[in-house]
Design a protein around this ligand. Structure first.
Ligand code: WTA
Length: 658
């Protein structure tokens, strides 16, 4: 799809503004200014809506990179997501309308969800798990996945959810890094009519003492799939719960107690475990949910993300439940049994707020307008996107075909590390421009800086930074100075956390994205500045794919880059040199692509895989990625290549191209 320049500005409709939480730009600007100038009163008012076991008195402490919010407060987040609503008489409200891929349906009310969470928490307790222990959750998109997360939070256990698309090596890395005592999984999950073998992926990761910390594996029976149960380690979910009570005292934790670890890709080989703390995360995700999605009591909200990513954590689980909203949750693929599946769900459940990713919208466009046009989407009143920049043409299609020319679009920019939405239109207030995430949310002090730290000019490309701490910001990288028992939270000079996010501009959060700002102050996010790819909105480090490739016996060296792709945004392209006794060929090419899918996950399978005698490097030994990118895209090679160590490498690659 062509990237046309779009100059139109879409003003919020009067109808929408009339009843929106934030009525107009004046109110937005005033509140935004106040949120930065007087954060204490701004956040006090919002946090007062919650149930604190012990009220906080200290709003925040900021000693970069160390940040604490509501530090002396105590709470349990599940009390705020569940008990609070049940006590307020909303127990019969549906929390989730769930639909399995084969078509099975279930809805669960807040009261029922609370009982399930308590029962599951009692099950976890019976295994001897204690506050602070890490629990891995590797599940399909079923209600029990949310139950498992909340059951952990009920007890102060720290969950780490792994996206079901990851395979065994990725699981092992994360289990080892978190030294998890328990893994919760299922016999499988449905995807395009097939069963994803989740339990056997776990077995491959943790069996044969692969992960010595793991004492228990809890297995949900989702698909009646035949699996192996290891005695004294594995227990069926239903057996564990059969004798458990449906009430469970919540364990109160300090506001800074870790709620979860979520692994995400960075520049270096291993994914980093982003740690989020309880209190600030709760207040921020709840506030953004309410305002950005304009949530009201009768909404049926649907976020199509997987719970295994941060979008699912914040905007399927915590932020949404904190608002006592009703959500749709769907287990399977959007094109199963046909391309109309999602629109049928919107019609069947009368979805009013819909949140998805640009990569999904590009697929919808490819499948043709007749699919959405065949269903009644008139209940939709607000639509959103997240995960990557949205091309103006795609934005316009989304507005027209899905939003019926009437729904405001919220293009929300944020990251695993930010915990919640940072730059976004406020529906009803912000005039939108296709392709721009527009303006910062309340409490967010965003800016574009040059390399030297000075502020970039209007329309000048620079680095996106956040200058003040916000409640749901990353608290640390697990094991790198945070979260270990007895660790006092001091950071060493070499700390990866400090270096990654606060090293470039002292005390300023570096997002890792390039962006510009226009004359209205609107932000236009361009993309990552580091070696992180965005494939279908999923973050993946080039170094991770490279280590997967070199772990294959045939591979001597590998270089991975991203190339533009119509559908997935970016696609993985790999250049591989082989060990001397292996021959390049179609078969090995397929084997290696498969190897990446098997070790990391199918969604990172290289689209392009090329063999080369050697990789082009600079004299200092750095792989010349720019050159590889040009070769992968089949373009002319331009620019200075005189620093090539092995000019033959380039020549060889060019030959393959011909
Ligand atoms: C990109 C997902 C442009 C960006 C919540 C960021 C976006 C990375 C947008 C984080 C957007 C996310 N416009 N780019 N609206 N939203 N990104 O950690 O490059 O999976 O740094 O968090 O996605 O990806 P992550």
């Amino acid at each position: 799809m062509a990237n046309t320049k779009e100059e139109r500005v879409f003003n919020p409709s009067r109808d929408f503004s009339k009843s929106a939480h934030i009525a107009g730009m004046e109110e937005y600007r005033d509140l935004h200014k106040r949120s930065l100038a007087d954060p204490e009163s701004f956040w006090r008012k919002l946090s007062d809506e919650f149930e604190w076991h012990k009220q906080w008195t200290i709003l925040r402490k900021w000693d970069p990179p160390r940040c604490r919010w509501f530090e002396d407060g105590e709470l349990n987040i599940t009390v705020n997501c569940l008990d609070r609503h049940v006590l307020a008489g909303k127990g019969d409200k549906v929390a989730y309308y769930w639909e399995g891929e084969p078509g099975d349906r279930r809805s669960i009310t807040y009261k029922e969800l609370l009982s399930s969470v308590c029962q599951t928490a009692n099950g976890l307790k019976s295994l001897g798990l204690e506050k602070g222990d890490r629990v891995i959750i590797y599940m399909p998109m079923v209600v029990e996945t949310v139950v498992a997360m909340l059951a952990c939070a009920r007890l102060g256990l720290v969950h780490s959810v792994i996206f079901g698309g990851f395979s065994s090596d990725a699981i092992r890395d994360r289990v080892l890094d978190a030294s998890a005592r328990c893994v919760i999984t299922s016999d499988g999950g449905w995807r395009r009519g097939k069963i994803i073998p989740l339990k056997s992926n776990v077995d491959q990761a943790v069996s044969n003492n692969g992960c010595p910390s793991v004492e228990h594996v809890i297995v949900l029976n989702r698909c009646e799939n035949t699996i192996q149960m290891t005695p004294n380690r594995d227990v069926w979910w239903h057996d564990l719960l059969s004798e458990q009570a449906t009430t469970c005292e919540p364990v109160m934790v300090p506001a800074e107690h870790p709620l979860y670890i979520l692994y995400t890709s960075g520049t270096t080989g291993k994914p980093k475990g982003v740690v989020h703390a309880t209190g600030g995360y709760m207040v921020y995700t709840a506030t953004t949910s309410k305002i950005v999605f304009d949530l009201r009591d009768d909404d049926v909200y649907w976020c199509t993300a997987d719970v295994g990513w941060v979008t699912g954590h914040s905007y399927i689980v915590y932020g949404i439940l904190a608002n006592c909203a009703s959500s749709v949750m769907y287990e399977g693929a959007p094109d199963h049994p046909d391309f109309g599946r999602l629109w049928k769900i919107v019609q069947d459940y009368k979805v009013t707020v819909f949140y998805t990713a640009p990569t999904a919208i590009r697929a919808f466009i490819k499948w043709g307008d007749s699919w959405p046009n065949n269903y009644n989407l008139s209940t939709l009143r607000l639509i959103g996107t997240v995960g990557e920049p949205i091309n103006p043409d795609v934005w316009n299609w989304y507005r027209r075909i899905i939003g019926g020319n009437k729904c405001p679009i919220v293009d929300t920019w944020w990251q695993t590390e930010t915990g919640g939405i940072m730059i976004t239109p406020i529906p009803g207030a912000t005039p939108t421009k296709p392709g721009s995430a527009t303006l910062p949310f309340f409490g967010v002090d965003a800016e574009i800086l040059r390399e030297d730290g000075s502020v970039a000019d209007t329309d000048e490309r620079g680095l996106l930074v956040i200058k003040q701490p916000w409640p749901s910001m990353i608290r640390g990288i697990y094991k790198d100075g945070w979260g270990e028992p007895g660790h006092d939270g001091e950071f060493g000079e070499q700390d990866r956390f400090h270096e990654t996010y606060f090293g470039k501009f002292p005390g300023v959060y570096l997002a890792g994205d390039a962006a510009t700002r226009d004359s209205d102050g609107y932000f236009w996010v361009i993309g990552r500045i580091d070696d992180v790819l965005n494939v279908s909105g999923h973050r993946i480090g080039t170094a991770e794919v490279e280590s997967s490739l070199v772990s294959h016996e045939a591979v001597a060296e590998a270089a991975v880059i991203g190339v533009p792709d119509e559908l997935t945004g970016e696609a993985v392209a790999a250049f591989v040199t082989l060990k001397s006794n292996y021959n390049a060929g179609d078969e090995l090419q397929e084997t290696l692509r498969q190897h990446v899918a098997k070790t990391i996950g199918a969604f990172v399978r290289p689209k392009i895989l090329r063999f080369t005698a050697s990789l082009p490097k600079t004299r200092s030994g750095k792989i010349m990625r720019r050159l590889l990118r040009e070769i992968a895209m089949g373009g002319e090679i331009q620019g200075d290549t005189t620093t090539l160590e092995d000019i033959n490498a380039l020549v060889d690659l060019q030959k393959q191209e011909e």
